[in-house]
Design a protein around this ligand. Sequence first.
Ligand code: VG1
Ligand code: CO
Length: 544
Amino acid sequence: MNIVTINTQPYDDQRPGTSGLRKKVKVFQTPHYLENFVQAIFDTQTDLRGGILVLGGDGRYYNREAIQIILRMASANGVKQVLLGRGGLLSTPAASCIIRKYDTAGGIILSASHNPGGPDEDFGIKFNTPHGGPAPETVTEAIFHRTTEIDEYRILQTPPIDLDNPGKISLGDTQINIIDPVDDYADLMMELFDFDRIRKLFDSGMFSMRFDAMHAVTGPYATEILEGRLGAEPGTVINGIPKIDFGGGHPDPNLVHAHQLVELTRGTGAVNFAAASDGDGDRNMILGRNFFVTPSDSLAVMAANAHLIKGYSGGISGVARSMPTSQAADRVADKLGLLCFETPTGWKFFGNLLDGRKITLCGEESFGTGSDHIREKDGLWSVLFWLNLLAVKQQSVEKIVTDHWKAFGRNYYTRYDYEAIDKADAENLMDALREKLPTLPGQTLSGYRVEYADDFAYTDPVDGSISERQGIRVGFSDGSRIVFRLSGTGTEGATLRVYLEAYETDPSKQTQSTESVMTRLVDIALALAEIEHRTGRTKPSVIT
Ligand code: VG1
Ligand code: CO
């Protein structure tokens, strides 16, 4: 056994963002860059020595190389056993499931989620704690701090191992246990959902669906669960083979990037139900025939109907949503007497609420929904939740959602993203907005009266930790809102996100186009933030 200690120097840009450290592949390939960050994990998460580590990634370019490095470092740092997904693959939710199931000391997940993959594209790494969720800010800050002073790392000198055959391999004193990436996760799904009922729906011949895996990690999961265990017709899963560059696309399940799927929900022969997931399998998009369910609505519909679903039939304790997510879930919580929380963007903020059983369901506008079954958002879980609901209600997606609006009101919702703008311009724009905040309340902007304007700060109700400057909120007296924040996952310049929400209780006005309802709010947002003047952009890069 040959463990060597390599001298290194700190990099100053290894502070994790909304979801781990994300950089261009080329940055991760800089000498010692990945190794420094990984050593900082081992140096600060001391239970990994002698413990079990879960390891896997979304299969993107550089996944396999990074896995080989991390395995050798895990061995040199005294990890007793590594549970590794076969082929180096684990979806983010499956990793969370396995971390929790096998009493581990945590996991390392390699992913840049929905960002493109390839030699010139993105890569990412994050640490999840033993409860299965993304490390909270105290932990990510400790890891970051360690990266700023690191001067050496340890690694075992040994040739690469075969990642593709299940079984046990010894690497120094560490046992590498290569496991099926799908089994544990699929078993958990069978506990939560009524598979017999969903199978009957598929068998009825009256129902068809397509799931777009976008050549990312959920292909094998969806094929096993939908076509295998649930008996959906072969071909239900499209783009099901994971590729290192996701077939050249953005593995981002939205109306823009999953347009092939969207087409299948339109015209004659359209399917009844369609869904997609992202690079690492934690996001989801839900579509009915000619109908798009906003992620914010999806969360609200789930909360209102959870009692109909096997795993949640005993009732749910509460719901949480990230701040920019629409307030649709709040309306449900209000009516049903559930606890309701508004957290900063990023799944790590749900962890304490889930652990403390304050909430059962949570979600984000960015195509993320999940529950207390794991500690990550979960794409296929969301799809199965909807399938189970469709099987119980025997109604179309559109009918379920429009009935929901009648009962709770409709929160029209849209998001404008301005990608890769100059970092300094973006920061100046946010600073200028912050300066305006005290003057806004009471003002009327194009007919909308500002009720409050603030920079969102969150105090965790469980551990009391405070997170400040989490996005600017401008709320209007009719329940509409505009939110501005800068992305914490981008790898190029800055991304400005503008989130817009309008509330409508009158059923006769609930079927307008989102675009038409939003026109005035969009104008207010553009003027308030002086977007064109400060960024030079006349239109957003993506509207979702
Ligand atoms: C984005 C989303 C956020 C999500 C995060 C990670 O972050 O807005 O809601 O939690 O991505 O999701 P940001 O900081 O770029 O807005 V994933 O599927 O990329 O791990
Ligand atoms: Co993701």
